[in-house]
Each structure stands twice: as structure tokens, then as C-alpha cells.
Design a protein around this ligand. Structure first.
Ligand SMILES: [Zn+2]
Length: 325
């Protein structure tokens, strides 16, 4: 017996019914807002390909964090721009770097915010690669040592969570060891476990001024064609001590989010990256799509695929829209 006994449309008849049987309920509770910290004071420069996103000095970062916290968004992730870059990305681990000072300032302001720091070298190296290089090659083990130093400096500044995004082998274990050696047992690690070599990072590279000066990142970031390899990367990071893992980008990798969610029992995050954001913004500016509707649909899709945590530049807008509902 099917039709007319079974009529799925019965439960779609009114908003009350639709809301009652809704399987995925998007809330601000899992959102993380990415921010870019730069040197100076009173600096606020909009990233041209990311409307509403700024490179900001510490004082401005704290002001925007106040707004983020007031909107009920639980966390921010900080990326840093150094005063100058060098071969080994020394400023990545500098106690007075823009990220480290931002963390201290946010904590001092006693905002109700989790402070996550991105741990990588690409914003800090003169060549723009995520690790230390020699003869055009990105070296794994010396890079891991530098990354652990950077993570330690974030822990010292007061970060709640460090998020290594470099894709070097063994970096989660090295960071855990380094943090523990210095008694930062409570600093959690959210690893970018499956980070793909993606064309969707374009606008971010403008925001973080981190485009590689030679070659590309294919020797460390993952091949977009691989899914089983992502499961292996996630397994290794969890074994090494990652408390949470992330898939990046989100939209072209919803299948990866779903497979990781089904296989592993740690919190799963997804990064709705700059290119995904810029496409929506550009189309919305042209009047080609309904921005609010499309953004809510995208984030619902990412959550439905299995992400508990979503890092997104839309976070503030979404929090406002959900508040108004
Ligand atoms: Zn990087």
C-alpha cells in the first residue's frame, strides 16, 4: 500500500509541521568566525575579494570580537600578518606577534569567546609556503619543529585551541608534546586533518598575503580526487592527539565530511572557505541569488553532511538571521 495512504506532503503543509520534523537545526552554537590580525593600531583594511572581512590591528580585533560574542557566536579563529617575513617564518612564534597579542587582548577583555589560533608558517615565510624550504622543496621535519614553537607561543598567549593547517606529517604529535612539556595540557588541538589543495583559497591568500612565491602546495596539501586518503589522514591525526578534526574546504568535500563523521567519534569541523564565501557575495551583489537563503542552505548542507563545527565568514550574518527568526 503506497499512495494514497502514504502522502509525504502531509508533513510539509505548514511551517509548524515542517519545523516539527526538521532533521537539521542550524544554530550559532557551532559557528567559528575567522579573523585576520595585523601589526599597528587603529588599522582596519577591507579585503577586496571578501566584502565585510578586514585585516585589523589588535585594538580593532578586540572590538569586533565583542560584537561576535554579543551575537552568541562561541569562537573566533585568528590568522596573523607579520611586520616582516623571512625564510623560516620567525614571527609565527613571536610572543609579540599580531596573533599572540590579539589572544592576550581578547582574554584580557574577558569576552565569552573561545579563541582558536591557526598554526601555520605561510603567512610568515618570505616564500609563502607552509613550511621551511630548501632548494625549492618544503622540508617536513624542520617545519614541524617550527610549527610546534608557534603553537607553544599561542598557548602562552592564552589560546584555548590551536589549529595546525600546514599538512606536514607528524605535526599534531609534535605540537601535543611541546604543549605538554610546558604544562599547557588543557590547550586543545583542532587539526586541519584533511586539507585539500584547492582553488577556493584564492581570496584568503589576498587576506593573509600568503600566496606561494614559487611552485604550489601539492606536495603537502591533499589531492582533491582522494577520499580514502582523507580517512587515513584523520586517523593519523587522532592517533597523534588531535581532539577535533577539520575538513577544508567544505562545499566540494561534503562526501568527505560525511565519511569522516561516520567513521570517527571526535568532533568534526568544516571550513567554509574564502572562495566559497566570495562566490556567494559576488553573486548576491549582482542580484543573482538571495544571499540569506543561499547561505543558510549552504551551512545547513554542511551540518547535514556531519560537521558539528563550521568555520565561516558568514558567521555574523547567520547569527543575526537566526536571532531574527
Ligand atoms: Zn599555510
Amino acid at each position: 500500500m503506497t499512495f494514497p495512504v502514504h502522502r509525504p506532503r502531509r508533513l510539509r503543509r505548514t511551517e509548524a509541521l515542517r519545523g516539527f520534523v526538521r532533521e537539521t537545526r542550524l544554530t550559532t552554537g557551532g559557528l567559528v568566525y575567522p579573523m585576520f590580525a595585523c601589526p599597528g593600531t587603529n588599522v582596519r583594511i577591507e579585503v577586496s575579494s571578501m566584502p565585510g572581512v578586514y585585516q585589523q590591528s589588535v585594538d580593532q580585533i578586540v572590538e569586533e570580537c565583542r560584537e561576535v560574542a554579543d551575537l552568541g557566536i562561541p569562537g573566533v579563529i585568528l590568522f596573523g600578518l607579520p611586520a616582516h617575513k623571512d625564510e623560516t617564518g620567525s614571527e609565527a612564534s613571536a610572543a609579540d606577534g599580531a596573533v599572540q597579542r590579539s589572544v592576550e587582548a581578547i582574554k584580557k577583555a574577558k569576552l565569552n569567546l573561545l579563541v582558536i589560533t591557526d598554526v601555520c608558517l605561510c603567512e610568515y615565510t618570505s616564500h609563502g609556503h607552509c613550511g621551511v624550504t630548501n632548494d625549492g622543496e618544503v622540508l617536513n621535519d624542520p617545519s614541524v619543529e617550527r610549527l610546534a614553537e608557534a603553537a607553544l607561543s599561542h598557548g602562552r598567549a592564552g589560546a584555548d585551541i590551536v589549529a595546525p593547517s600546514d599538512m606536514m606529517d607528524g605535526r599534531v604529535a609534535a605540537i601535543r608534546r611541546k604543549l605538554d612539556e610546558h604544562k599547557f595540557h588543557d590547550v586543545a588541538i583542532l587539526s586541519y586533518a584533511a586539507k585539500y589543495c584547492s582553488g577556493f583559497y584564492g581570496p584568503f591568500r589576498e587576506a593573509a598575503q600568503s600566496a606561494p612565491q614559487f611552485g604550489d602546495r601539492r606536495s603537502y596539501q591533499m589531492d582533491p580526487a582522494n577520499a580514502r586518503e582523507a580517512l587515513r589522514e584523520v586517523a593519523l591525526d587522532i592517533e597523534e592527539g588531535a581532539d577535533m578534526i577539520m575538513i577544508k574546504p567544505a562545499l566540494p568535500y561534503l562526501d568527505i565530511i560525511q565519511r569522516v563523521r561516520e567513521r570517527f567519534d571526535v568532533p568534526v569541523g568544516a571550513y567554509n572557505v574564502s572562495g566559497e564565501f566570495a562566490m556567494v557575495k559576488a553573486a548576491a551583489l549582482k542580484g543573482w541569488i538571495d544571499e540569506k537563503r543561499v547561505v543558510l542552505e549552504i551551512l545547513t548542507g554542511i551540518q547535514r553532511a556531519g560537521a558539528d563545527i563550521i568555520l565561516t565568514y558568514h558567521a555574523k550574518d547567520v547569527a543575526r538571521w537566526l536571532k531574527a527568526c
